[in-house]
Write a protein that binds this ligand. Structure first.
Ligand code: NAD
Length: 350
């Protein structure tokens, strides 16, 4: 059953880790090393059973391979999951046990933040392994969010060019869901470009700030998806768009930083049928991982980093061209396009 799963996902390796003293149970999936050593975050989650944890790590690590591939990175994809309730289990001892496990993998797996793993946790783990990224300090990359936001803006411009004929967002109305680290910075880029902003956040302070600093109009969190706008930009949680809601959308373009925006493939099909252009999440929100790869390579040049983020414009354009050529909805085209990059690289390696 285990090997069937690995075959189904195309996963190269699975590593299990058990540390009796700290209670650590973790799984690391090395999905693909075809493009290079692997990068992927680590999440801490109270999975209802081991099978769910395995399913998650297989799915997420393949997602990382695809994200890295479409972003032109010379890194493969991987992911780590720590099983259990972080509120009860997360201790320094456990984090260090996990970090030693990462160190054993000797650079095959570089990891960092994800759900329930904070920058502070990553800093603790980096005491015992150099294969942690996304932290502050001398010679490190720091918070990747501003890069992610810059990349999302570039990708949105490429989407706008395709949908509206111009890559300027000037006078376009953009509905932004979530004004956190990525969403707020994105709003700044949009405001600078002359876009009109409609915003929503469960955090009132963020909303007030956007109204005051960026002249945004606020709507309720249940209204933002259906707001009268040209572009809907999800930057909060995942599973935002379901097929049943698509006929009620007023936007023509969906482009944002959030992961796993579509509830499932039927939402992607419905968007495609309705003529709403969806920019796949992992293509447009890759700024964070790009900055992490620069950190791994110890490249600390703001100009190089910014150029790479702006390059997401071309990554999105290439994907949209591929989707058109293949006659596929963009969410399906992205996976096929990424898989093709990996397969071509494998062939070249011989
Ligand atoms: P964040 O926690 O800083 O911001 C999320 C914001 O969404 C918060 O302000 C929160 O109050 C708001 N929010 C939560 N639920 C909401 C709801 N129902 N309606 C409206 N607003 C709501 O997180 P972030 O780092 O800005 O990340 C945002 C999204 O982008 C996440 O899905 C994350 O996985 C994804 N992402 C982030 C990065 C990065 O570099 N930070 C990289 C890739 C993807």
């Amino acid at each position: 059953m285990m090997f069937e799963k690995l075959k189904e996902y195309g996963t190269e390796e699975i590593h299990f880790c058990n540390d009796k003293e700290s209670g650590l149970n973790a799984i690391v999936a090395i999905h693909s090393t075809v493009l290079g050593p692997t990068v992927g975050g680590t999440r801490f989650w109270p999975y209802e059973n081991e099978e769910r944890a395995l399913f998650d790590v297989l799915r997420l690590s393949r997602g990382m391979t695809y994200k890295n591939a479409v972003s032109g990175l010379k890194y493969g994809g991987s992911k780590g999951v720590i099983i259990g309730d972080p509120a009860k289990l997360k201790t320094e001892k456990l984090l260090l046990a996990y970090a030693r496990f990462v160190e054993h993998l000797n650079g095959l797996f570089t990891t960092g933040e994800d759900v329930n793993i904070s920058v502070k946790d990553v800093e603790i783990m980096s005491r015992v392994t150099k294969h942690m990224a996304g932290i502050g300090g001398e010679g490190r990359g720091g918070d990747p969010s501003p890069y992610t936001a810059r990349g999302v803006f570039a990708g949105m411009r490429a989407g706008a060019k395709e949908k509206f004929g111009s890559d300027s967002l000037k006078d376009k109305t953009v509905a932004v869901q979530g004004l956190g680290k990525v969403g707020y910075d994105l709003c700044k880029w949009l405001h600078k470009d002359g876009a009109k902003l409609i915003v929503a956040d469960i955090n009132e302070e963020n909303v007030e700030r956007a109204k005051k600093e960026l002249g945004a109009t606020a709507v309720g969190t249940s209204e933002i998806l259906f707001a009268d706008c040209d572009v809907f930009s999800p930057n909060a949680m995942g599973a935002v768009i379901k097929a049943d809601d698509v006929s009620k959308l007023k936007c023509k373009l969906v482009a944002g930083g959030a992961n796993n925006v579509l509830v499932d493939g039927s939402a992607g099909d419905a968007l495609d049928k309705t003529g709403v252009l969806y920019i796949p999440d992992y293509v447009i929100n890759a700024g964070g991982v790009i900055s992490i790869c620069l950190e791994i390579e110890r490249v600390h040049d703001e100009n190089i980093a910014n150029k790479k983020m702006d390059g997401i414009y071309d990554n999105v354009k290439n994907l949209l061209d591929f989707a058109k050529k293949e006659g596929l909805p963009t969410y399906l085209a992205a996976d096929k396009y990424a898989q093709k990059i990996v397969d071509d690289a494998r062939k070249q390696k011989g």
